[in-house]
Design a protein around this ligand. Sequence first.
Ligand SMILES: Nc1nc2c(ncn2[C@@H]2O[C@H](COP(=O)(O)OP(=O)(O)O)[C@@H](O)[C@H]2O)c(=O)[nH]1
Ligand SMILES: [Mg+2]
Length: 202
Amino acid sequence: MNPIYHQAKFLISAAKLSQTPPDDGLEIAFAGRSNAGKSSALNTLCQQKALARTSKTPGRTQLLNFFSVDEQRRLVDLPGYGFAKVSEKVKLQWQGALAEYLENRLSLRGVILLMDVRHPLKEFDRQMLEWSHQIGRPVHILLTKADKLGRGAAANSLQRVQREISQFGEGVSVQLFSALKRQGIDQAHLLLDEWFELDTNP
Ligand SMILES: Nc1nc2c(ncn2[C@@H]2O[C@H](COP(=O)(O)OP(=O)(O)O)[C@@H](O)[C@H]2O)c(=O)[nH]1
Ligand SMILES: [Mg+2]
């Protein structure tokens, strides 16, 4: 693992685009329905116990949470509305903020899309794939909680998702991931390093 991820720090929460950090350098966004395992993945990938929890205080869920990795690189925790008990009105607000961010953010290099390996490609996930495709940004899918399935079932889910994303061509990739079992971390880091333009073997 490139040691810079270990230095990642909470930067700021933004409710709208005007509150985001300056749009320069390189940004990688993490998206997923709530409970998909986004905070756990962020923490695991940065080797920190409570990085993403920093922003988990009530009321902050609908915000975009920015973490700085170094001066030029940021990770963003995007609001995921799929599973949360919120009203249609709030969902539409979140969707609006998300779409606005995706359409306008020049520093956005790619999207890490997290889905529970047992329930992949829900409506939110398909929407994210569509949006990312439209704005020409690559997506790397982490099928999370892979430890919850046996090897065969996990492989089946991976294959099914691989088949479905083939319509998007090279811009979309997928892998199995488990924060609990620390599975798939090296593979995910390869993608992050590539998007962040880091030397993979520093
Ligand atoms: N078994 C298992 N549970 C996980 C894993 N990752 C997250 N979880 C659990 O799934 C729940 C939601 O995780 P969290 O990271 O908060 O999801 P978020 O809402 O997407 O940020 C928590 O109870 C986690 O402990 C994993 O790799 N394996
Ligand atoms: Mg979270």
